[in-house]
Design a protein around this ligand. Structure first.
Ligand code: NAD
Ligand code: WQD
Length: 341
C-alpha cells in the first residue's frame, strides 16, 4: 500500500515515515522544505534500510500535486504539511490560512480528481479552544482557539466535515495531537527548529547543550498544583505509531465513510516545572531557568481523554516521560546544530 505523506520531512512527518516503512507501507513524501531538510529523509532511509520517494513541492501547487498522483499509485494521504508557529500566525495570518486551509483544500481537490479517498489529517488539541473543560474528549464541540494557527485547524476540520457530506466515498481521520516531544531512540532524527525555539522541550534541550543561557518559565501563578501550566506530553514515536494505527483502522473498516476525530495523548497533565525536573534527571545536570510573565494565549492546563483512540484504534501512548527526556537529549547531543551540520 502506497501512502503520500505531505510535510513528511518535518518533525512528526519524518518519525511517521519511519513507522510506516517499518510496517511495510511504501511512502512518497511531498514537502516544500520550508521548515525542514531532506537530510531527515536520508536518515530515515538509513535507519530502516528502505527507500522513500521524495518530491519537493508545495501543497498549493495543484499541477505538481497532480503529477504525483499520476506518477504514483496512491492509496492514502497523511497530511502534515502546514505552518505551525502559534505566535508567528498572529503576525502573518494570511500565510497561515493560505498554507494550512487553502493548501488542504487544494490537496483534497486533487485527491478527489484521482479517486483517492483515505485521508489522515494532523489536527491539534488547540481545536478545543478555551470553552471546553479538561480532559478534552472528542464529543465536545470545536472551540475558538486564540491564534490564527489554531483557527486554521478548526477550519480544516470543518472543511473535512462538509466535504464528507458531499463526497460519500470520503474516509477521513482527524488526529488531534496533544504535545509531541522526544525523538527516535537512535538519536538520528528529531525536532530541528529554525531560530529560537517556540516550544518548551527544544528550548530546554538547547539550554542543556549550551546554546541558550536559560529557560524562561512563562508564569508560576496559574491555578495548578505548582503554579506552572500543565500539558499532555507524548513521545513522538507513540504519535507516529498512532498514524499507523489510524491507517490500519481505515484498512480494516471498509464500510467506513465520513470523518472521525481521535485524541492522541497520554491522558496525563505534566507541569513545566515537572518537565524541567525530569530533564535534569535525564541529563544528570541542572537547567538554568527564571520565572517570567505568562505568555499570551496560554491555557493553564489541558490533557486528553484518549479512551476513543485506545479502544477503537487499539493505540496507547506507552513511552514514559523519562524516555521522552532521554531521547530528546540523545538527539540534541548528537546533533547540536540539527540537520545543518
Ligand atoms: P514541521 O514544521 O516540522 O513539519 C511540517 C512540514 O510541512 C515541514 O517539513 C514543512 O517544510 C512542510 N510544509 C509546510 N508548508 C508546506 C506547504 N505549503 N507545502 C508543502 N510542504 C509544506 O511541523 P510538525 O511539528 O512536524 O507538525 C506536523 C503537523 O502536525 C502540522 O500540521 C502541525 O500543525 C501539526 N501539529 C503539530 C504539533 C506539534 O506540537 N508539533 C501539535 C499538533 C499538531
Ligand atoms: C508548553 C508549556 C508554555 C516555552 C503549542 C501549540 C499547540 C500545539 C503544541 C500545534 C506552556 C511553557 C514554553 C518556553 C515555557 N501545536 N513554555 N517556556 O503552547 O502547549 O502548545 O504546541 O498544534 O497548538 O499552542 O506548547 O511547547 O509552546 O509550551 O514556560 O520557553 O511550556 O507556557 O505552558 P503549547 P509549548
Amino acid at each position: 500500500m502506497q501512502v503520500l505523506v505531505t510535510g513528511g520531512a518535518g518533525y512528526i512527518g519524518s518519525h511517521t515515515v519511519l513507522s510506516l516503512l517499518t510496517h511495510n507501507y511504501d511512502v512518497v513524501v511531498y514537502d516544500n522544505l520550508s521548515n525542514s531538510s531532506v537530510e531527515s529523509i536520508a536518515r530515515v532511509e538509513k535507519l530502516t534500510g528502505k527507500s522513500v520517494s521524495f518530491v519537493e513541492g508545495d501543497i498549493c501547487d495543484k499541477a505538481k500535486l497532480s503529477d504525483v498522483f499520476e506518477q504514483f499509485n496512491i492509496d492514502a494521504v497523511i497530511h502534515f504539511a502546514a505552518l505551525k508557529a502559534v505566535g508567528e500566525s498572529a503576525q502573518i495570518p494570511l500565510s497561515y490560512y493560505q498554507n494550512n486551509v487553502h493548501g488542504s483544500v487544494c490537496l483534497l481537490e486533487v485527491m478527489q480528481q484521482y479517486n483517492v479517498h483515505n485521508f489522515i489529517f494532523s489536527s491539534s488539541a488547540t481545536v478545543y479552544g478555551e470553552e471546553n473543560d479538561v480532559p478534552y474528549v472528542e464529543t465536545m464541540k470545536l472551540g475558538t482557539p486564540s491564534s490564527p494557527y489554531g483557527a486554521s485547524k478548526v477550519m480544516v476540520e470543518r472543511v473535512l466535515a462538509d466535504f464528507a457530506l458531499s463526497d460519500t466515498n470520503f474516509r477521513g481521520v482527524s488526529l488531534r495531537y496533544f504535545n509531541p516531544i522526544g525523538a527516535h531512540e537512535s538519536g538520528d532524527i528529531g525536532e530541528d527548529p529554525k531560530g529560537i525555539p517556540n516550544n518548551l522541550l527544544p528550548y530546554v534541550a538547547q539550554v542543556a547543550v549550551g546554546k541558550r543561557d536559560k529557560l524562561s518559565i512563562f508564569g508560576d501563578d496559574y491555578p495548578t498544583a505548582d503554579g506552572s501550566c500543565e500539558r499532555d506530553y507524548l513521545h513522538v514515536m507513540d504519535l507516529a505509531q498512532g498514524h499507523v494505527a489510524a491507517l490500519d483502522w481505515l484498512n480494516s473498516n471498509n464500510e467506513f465513510r465520513g470523518v472521525e476525530a481521535f485524541n492522541l495523548g497520554t491522558g496525563n497533565g505534566v507541569s513545566v516545572f515537572a518537565i524541567v525536573k525530569a530533564f535534569e534527571q535525564a541529563i544528570n545536570n541542572s537547567i538554568a531557568f527564571e520565572v517570567s510573565p505568562r505568555r499570551a494565549g496560554d491555557l493553564p492546563a489541558f490533557w486528553a481523554n484518549a479512551t476513543k483512540a485506545n479502544n477503537e484504534l487499539n493505540w496507547q501512548a506507552s513511552r514514559s516521560l523519562e524516555q521522552m527526556m532521554s531521547d530528546t537529549w540523545r538527539w540534541q547531543l548528537n546533533n547540536p546544530d540539527g540537520y545543518q551540520a
